[in-house]
Design a binder for this molecule. Structure first.
Ligand code: ATP
Ligand code: MG
Length: 420
């Protein structure tokens, strides 16, 4: 039974926060994700507030504020150690481009504000002064029924903002809710709406979705709605990430949910039909991943799933760690376990333990950890700067990975002479 959120469940600091509004005659309501999660008895961390005060009025009410999105009416207030997002009641007029409303209108009622929101479970409000619970679209009932449904006509709402297609998938996976039939139908036909959504918004939403409890469920909904091609290709064409809903994608859930990039890497490895590394680069471009994110993805796919041969000798393990980076132990372990067809219980832990055992000896794994650097090699060997120095250092690293006790100045300079 989901309980209707009431004032008694609200933390003290929010009451005194709300009083600031009341003192000036403004309304103050808890809305959106915070009220949804409160009804689900989840621990609420982010508080979203709606008010009839204008953004400039909100800035005057509090000492510390950040103008997060003034044009959309949002001000972040720093209060009692919390960051509270305060948004002025607003309505949105026409979305001709499918991503930005043509105009944002302030001075509307809370009911109109709730009507612009995406899903019924995200369109409830609790008045922090009167305790009134405002639920014009029966969000609480949908929460009881574990049902995700748009506010108003699904195809219109998706056409207005294509990101909502992905938000639907994220919320249904995160909460394990069924998608309402009419909403699901619209998701299967409103694909084009995603074209208008920037790559950055698609990326953020995809990575958040892959952090849901079940990434396999996310992928299977992307697949059954036909949205998968649009996520991985700008024009929605020629999906090479195929067989997405195959049995093997269930293995994605062997990867911890706080490693969404590793889940993405595993999805590419399990479902792409071509060169995994090229596919990782293409997906990184499409989603405008950061260099850091791209590095994780490509290194995992270059290294591939670790097999038992690669774990036998300490030298094999050092080589592996040197290639994929010593900071990637957990990533490489769970990635490997998810990809390997012979995946057995505890495989990820076994790989991780073996890698950590070798790391504990603190072997040099990068050129920077060698007992000599490029400058000393140049001085000792009378060489001038050039690509040959890099090749010598790489040769020295291979030499040290064979046997870490070789990492001394004398041994390395002698070896450098033979390489040169
Ligand atoms: P989360 O726990 O992921 O933060 P949330 O529901 O708080 O979930 P936010 O993205 O923080 O999601 O948005 C806050 C609220 O703003 C939502 O609950 C919803 O009412 C509204 N909202 C956010 N994005 C959209 C959108 N694209 N279209 C319509 N309403 C939206
Ligand atoms: Mg939120």
């Amino acid at each position: 039974m989901k309980r209707q959120p009431s004032l008694s469940a609200i933390p003290d600091f929010l009451h005194s926060f709300a009083n600031r509004f009341a003192a000036r005659g403004y309304r103050c309501l808890l809305v959106g994700g915070s009220i949804r999660d409160a009804a689900l008895q989840f621990d609420v961390q982010d508080f979203d507030i709606a008010t009839d005060a204008r953004p400039t009025d909100v800035q005057r009410l509090f000492r510390k504020t950040i103008p997060t999105g003034l044009q959309h009416g949002t001000v972040t207030v720093l209060y009692a150690g919390h960051q509270i997002e305060v948004t002025t009641f607003r309505a949105e007029a026409d979305y001709s481009d499918g991503r930005h409303p043509d105009a944002v209108e302030f001075g509307v009622s809370i009911e109109e504000d709730l009507a612009r929101r995406d899903f019924t479970i995200n369109a409830m409000a609790l008045d922090l002064h009167t305790g009134a619970f405002i639920d014009p679209f029966n969000g609480l009932e949908d929460l009881q029924d574990r049902l995700l449904r748009t506010v108003g006509s699904p195809s219109e709402r998706f056409r207005e903002d294509g990101l909502r297609l992905l938000r639907a998938i994220r919320f249904s996976a995160r909460l394990d809710f069924r998608i309402d039939e009419e909403t699901h139908q619209a998701m299967r036909t409103a694909h084009d709406a995603l074209r208008g959504v920037s790559a950055e918004r698609v990326r953020d939403e995809l990575l958040k979705s892959l952090s849901a409890r079940s990434a396999a469920q996310v992928v299977s909904t992307l697949d059954e709605t036909g949205l998968i091609g649009h996520v991985f290709y700008e024009d929605g064409s020629a999906p090479t990430i195929r067989y997405a809903a195959s049995d093997r994608t269930r293995n994605l859930d062997l990867i911890p949910s706080d490693l969404p990039l590793v889940r993405l890497a595993a999805l590419i490895a399990l479902c792409s039909e071509g060169n995994d590394v090229l596919e990782a680069l293409r997906v990184s471009d499409r989603l405008k991943l950061s260099n850091h994110e791209r590095g994780i993805l490509t290194r995992l796919l270059e290294t591939g799933p670790v097999n038992d041969n690669q774990l036998q000798t300490d030298r094999d393990v050092r080589l592996l760690l040197s290639r994929c980076g010593s900071g990637m132990v957990q990533e490489i372990s769970c990635f490997s376990a998810a990809i390997r067809v012979d995946a057995a219980d505890g495989l990820s832990e076994r790989i991780e333990q073996r890698l950590r055992e070798v790391l504990a000896e603190q072997p040099p794994l990068t050129v920077r950890e060698l007992a000599v650097d490029g400058r000393t090699v140049m001085n000792e060997l009378n060489l001038t700067p050039g690509p040959v120095i890099g090749r010598i250092l790489q040769g020295l690293l291979d030499f040290v990975i064979e046997d870490p006790s070789r990492n001394s100045y004398e041994q390395l300079i002698e070896k450098a002479r033979t390489i040169a």
